[in-house]
Design a protein around this ligand. Structure first.
Ligand SMILES: [Fe+2]
Length: 319
């Protein structure tokens, strides 16, 4: 049945239906019920309030990005030509993104199990949420949405060293799976996978999601982590607040550092450059091979059943 649309001007239609709102989308629920992880972006389903939510989120971040974001991010936002007034089409984003680094945003219906997620990065595909937060919860939601993924993550993927860093995370996941492939004792295999996953997830959190970089003049900080780049409140807090502890990125600390997702981060780490970040992921992999990630400190993040299964499946395939 055709979806009724109302005209928003400039040729952009908007659905009068329930839209593609986080946790309230029948389209997403149907895809999940059907076991469909990778999905198209049914653009005609976005409602007027979905487009309004994007417009509101985007417009209030513009000044913040100018003040706090890393230069590469600002260049990325420009080169992707993201629309300010409506939810972007993934095809349009990819038309500008793919020629730069080979990365593409790929629509997903929900949570992507850990190994599958890292493997997508290795293939230069970024699993991208297509729903957008409800207009009444613009400031915080625990789930990712298209604003976080497209405005927070994807502009960084236009930078070659950053993009190569994501690919190296994918290499690390394959290394992790192959290192446990020969372990017969299932409990020991699980214990190792859990520890290595925790180390990788912490590294990812304190860099790709919440990373800082020293400003080009060597003073102050600029933001490159997507969790900060998509948060109106936290981007300023991360750089300006005296209550945040900021330290140079230290691998032995980061892989053992627990974190909580539902609060402003009290502890952040900075890298010198994206080339430096790339080298650090190489070091992470070397530590993995040397067994130095087999006993990281307990604590968050926890590994879901789907995460465990994804690594176990990969280890069987690697055996
Ligand atoms: Fe994210």
């Amino acid at each position: 049945m055709a979806t009724p649309v109302i005209d928003r001007g400039q040729g952009a239609g908007a659905s009068a239906g329930p839209g593609l709102t986080t946790t309230q989308s029948p389209f997403i629920e149907a895809a999940q019920r059907a076991g469909q992880l990778y999905i198209e972006q049914p653009y005609e389903l976005y409602s007027a309030s979905n487009h309004d939510a994007w417009q509101h989120l985007f417009s209030r971040m513009t000044g913040r990005w100018q003040a706090y974001a890393n230069d590469r991010f600002l260049q990325g936002i420009d080169s992707l030509c993201l629309p300010a007034d409506r939810v972007p089409r993934l095809d349009d984003v990819n038309r500008f993104l793919a020629p730069r680094t080979g990365f593409r945003a790929k629509g997903v219906s929900g949570y992507v199990p850990a190994f599958v997620f890292f493997d997508c990065l290795r293939n230069r595909e970024f699993p991208t949420t297509i729903t957008i937060r409800d207009g009444v919860s613009l400031d915080y939601l625990p789930e990712p949405d298209i604003f976080h993924d497209i405005a927070g993550h994807v502009p960084m993927h236009t930078d070659r060293a950053f993009a190569d860093t994501l690919v190296r995370f994918g290499d690390c996941a394959h290394t992790a799976a192959s290192l446990v492939a020969g372990i017969r004792d299932q409990d020991e295999k699980m214990r190792r996978i859990t520890s290595v996953f925790r180390a990788m997830a912490r590294f990812f959190w304190f860099s790709i999601e919440f990373g800082l970089m020293k400003g080009t003049d060597g003073r102050g900080y600029k933001v490159y982590g997507s969790g900060l780049l998509s948060s109106h409140g936290e981007i300023a807090h991360a750089v300006d607040s005296p209550s945040v502890q900021r330290y140079p990125f230290q691998l032995e600390w980061v892989v053992n550092q627990s974190f909580e997702i539902d609060r402003h981060q009290p502890l952040l780490f900075s890298v010198q450059s994206f080339e430096h970040l790339f080298e650090l992921v190489g070091e992470l992999e070397a530590w993995m091979r040397a067994g130095k990630l087999d006993n990281v400190a307990p604590g968050e993040p926890a590994m879901s059943e789907a995460d465990v299964k994804s690594f176990l499946d990969a280890s069987v395939a690697a055996a």
